[in-house]
Design a protein. Structure first.
Length: 230
């Protein structure tokens, strides 16, 4: 019997690319970015402050004639060592990113990637956290899965209610500013979960190396849906 992850992959791998940001942004305007410590790109970026990081992301996009810089699935990032949120007492530090980040300008529309309902939403407060977050639940035939949209604007969750329905491609919110998104440069954290477990309006977006396999099995590569060019 195929695993749920394999069913998910088989269903979407032959489908057309799905947009999660403003549909007017061409796929040609997406450029890959690598934030691992050994990346030459990382050495040119400073994440010491959200303002400086935002300026450097924009410089990077201008250099490569892009509108969105994307990447991060299963990247090992040392930037989390500066955030207390990822250093838990008695536990290995969390440094493996298990979603896909899409770095672009604030207020960029965020779209539902499939028909679904609002499973939960929450403003996850604190430096390094998601800020406003929406989780949608999707049912396609026998395939049930969840998508998480983090680092949104506050107004993205102000009129929501659990069970609210969204159609594929419908706007569900917009990208937030650093003051509300956990003190990051504006971006969307997009993640797929096959099982959301008992989480409500939240789900880990970064895990330890020790837990990497568990999260890989539950959180397939979001680019299976988006098909952005690497």
């Amino acid at each position: 019997m195929k695993s749920k992850q394999q069913v998910f992959i088989n269903y979407f791998q032959e489908k057309a690319p799905i947009q999660v940001l403003n549909a007017a942004i061409s796929l040609d305007a997406y450029v890959p970015i690598n934030l691992t410590e050994d990346s030459s790109m990382f050495s040119e970026l400073s994440t010491a402050s959200s303002e400086e990081f935002e300026q450097q992301i924009q410089y990077y996009l201008n250099t490569y004639n892009g509108n969105v810089a994307f990447g991060g699935y299963l990247e090992k990032r040392t930037i989390y060592s500066r955030r207390a949120l990822f250093q838990e007492s008695g536990r290995p530090s969390r440094c493996i990113h298990i979603g896909l980040d899409l770095w672009t300008i604030e207020d960029t529309p965020v779209l539902a990637v499939a028909d679904g309902v609002v499973h939960s939403f929450k403003n996850n407060l604190g430096t390094g956290n998601y800020g406003p977050t929406i989780i949608l639940q999707h049912q396609i035939g026998n395939l049930n899965f969840f998508t998480l949209y983090g680092h949104l604007s506050l107004r993205s969750i102000q009129q929501l209610r659990t069970g609210m329905r969204f159609r594929k491609g419908e706007r569900i919110g917009s990208i937030g500013i650093s003051a509300v998104n956990g003190d990051y440069a504006p971006h969307l954290h997009f993640q797929v979960m096959l099982d959301v477990q008992k989480f409500d309006g939240d789900y880990p977006g970064v895990c330890s190396e020790e837990d990497k396999l568990h999260f890989m099995l539950n959180c397939p590569d979001p680019n299976i849906l988006l098909k952005l060019p690497n």
